[in-house]
Design a protein around this ligand. Structure first.
Ligand code: NAD
Length: 483
């Protein structure tokens, strides 16, 4: 086993505890070797966590606090992550396979959520509605109570931070179901909550199987709200469970997002967008630039550029890759890697051409070569289904209308990009793209401050930005008849 704690427990009502469903082995995607074991929660553990969160909520320990105090605690959690980044980053790399420098970026990103939502805590204000001389009317925003959050494996730290920070800032108690493949680093949120002085039961963190602990949490009758980030089929199951209990849910699902590259785009600068867009986190990003739709006049030059970019990436265990640069880590698991490689073969059978990569790497761990496909057409499976790996599909267009039609031609609608020096063309595309976020001339432009979420099968509701605050509160109107 690697040099990290060999056994990691769940955290319920302020205590680290074993799980009713035993333990699961956690493997390093960079070597395929076992690194630790994680306690697995069963339905009874989930129930204990929900009860603890409910009691915390009912006690008023979070809700009665002046928001500025809550905000300071939320910000302190972020500070804890930064202060302990040297300890957390290697664990994240060992469990998730990403280069060490990417782990540091993820932890810094997580801390940024706590900073942002900590600062927002005291901005959630109601309004007064005029009803004439005989009444005084005002609205308040109350926390929903128990927030259930189900986390995917691709950014286990950042995804938890995204929902947890906003939920706590608005006064909710939280139960978090961590991903089975890389649950370890979520332990640091428990330690951060303790260090920040949050009341017992405000943060509960448990790992468990999706069909067992995940299903028990999402269908629990005492939760008041759900945030789910993950795949479409699981999202449908969660929304169904939420509907049965009549509680709201936010679904952040997958994507097949496209960058449209026009004939007047800065192709050299665009290479940097490709590097981040499809090879960051080995392409396991819901808002990855998985399709490039290139104007026919720049297509060949663009393919040449991305092929050489893919070829220059040094691919190997994340723990050896501690400096920002042209390198990429492992995919999360053998099955995810094999699925991605299988989709590349299928694309070849359908007529796409592999210009770079496409193969599993002949070394221990779960590596796929950085891959570039061209000759992809909108009808191919690869142009419509999420690979969730380092696989770029390049399609060709000749008119602006065709580019938009191709970009909007999948069931998804998470993000989209347009690369051009023509502001009118960019503005038109921004209006026409069916996506929750549009990037003009820089993939991933934006930040924690900018609302994020999908159109179509990419889900509903928004995380990030001020929009996300409204997921965690409900409006109460108070109308007073004056005597
Ligand atoms: P997944 O849906 O298999 O699992 C996500 C989480 O749901 C895990 O914690 C899992 O244990 C749990 N789960 C599984 N079945 C469940 C059930 N029946 N009831 C309750 N919980 C259940 O997804 P994944 O494979 O972990 O993540 C990859 C997918 O997530 C990709 O499709 C990706 O695009 C998407 N994703 C989206 C975003 C976003 O913000 N839009 C971010 C990251 C990942």
């Amino acid at each position: 086993m690697a040099d990290i704690r060999p056994y990691w427990q769940n955290y319920i009502n302020g205590s680290f505890v074993d799980g009713g469903a035993g333990r699961i082995g956690i493997d390093d995607p960079g070597t395929g070797e076992r690194i630790a074991e994680q306690a697995m929660a069963d339905a009874a553990d989930v129930d204990r966590a929900v009860q603890a969160a409910g009691q915390c909520h009912e006690s008023g320990a979070l809700t009665d606090m002046r928001p500025v105090e809550r905000g300071r605690m939320v910000r302190a959690m972020g500070n804890y992550l930064i202060e302990n980044i040297d300890e957390i980053a290697p664990v994240l790399t060992l469990e998730a396979g990403k280069p060490l420098w990417e782990s540091r970026i993820e932890i810094e990103g997580a801390a940024r959520y706590f900073e942002y939502y900590g600062n927002q805590a005291e901005t959630v204000e109601g309004r007064s509605i005029p009803l004439g001389a005989g009444y005084f009317d005002f609205t308040t925003y109350e926390p929903r109570g128990v927030s259930a959050q189900i986390i995917p494996w691709n950014y286990p730290v950042e995804m938890t931070a995204r929902s947890l920070s906003a939920a706590l800032a608005t006064g909710n108690a939280c139960v978090i179901k961590t991903p089975e493949l890389d649950p370890l680093t979520n332990r640091y949120f428990a330690l951060a909550a303790e260090a920040a002085g949050l009341p017992k039961g405000a943060v509960n963190i448990l790992c468990g199987h999706g069909h067992e602990a995940g299903a028990a949490l999402s269908s629990h009758s005492d939760i008041n709200q759900i945030v789910f980030t993950g795949s479409v089929p699981t999202g449908v199951a969660i929304a169904t469970a939420a509907a049965q209990n009549v509680v709201p849910c936010v679904l952040e699902l997958g994507g097949k997002s496209a960058a449209i590259v026009h004939d007047d785009a800065d192709i050299d600068a665009f290479m940097n967008d490709v590097r981040w867009g499809i090879y960051f986190n080995a392409g396991q990003v819901c808002s990855a630039m998985s399709r490039v739709i290139a104007h026919e006049s720049v297509h060949d030059r663009l393919v040449e550029g991305v092929v050489s970019l893919a070829g220059e990436l040094s691919v190997g265990p994340g723990i050896e890759r501690n400096k920002f640069g042209a390198n990429m880590g492992a995919m999360i698991s053998e099955s995810q890697r094999d699925r991605a490689a299988g989709m590349v073969s299928e694309a070849q059978r359908e007529g796409a051409i592999v210009a770079a990569g496409g193969h599993k790497m002949n070394r221990p761990g779960f590596f796929l070569e950085p891959t570039v496909l061209f000759g992809v057409t909108p009808a191919m499976t690869i142009a419509n289904e999420e690979v969730f790996g380092p696989v770029l599909s390049v399609l060709k267009f000749s008119s602006d209308e065709e580019a938009i039609r191709i970009a909007n031609g999948t069931p998804y609608g998470l993000v989209g990009g347009v690369f051009t020096r023509d502001i009118d063309r960019a503005t038109r595309a921004a209006k026409q793209l069916r996506a929750g976020q549009v990037f003009v001339n820089e993939w991933y432009a934006g930040g924690v401050e900018t609302p994020f979420g999908g159109y179509g099968k990419s889900g509903y509701g928004r995380e990030k930005g001020r929009e996300a605050l409204w997921n965690y509160v409900q409006t109460k109107n108070v109308a007073i008849k004056l005597g």
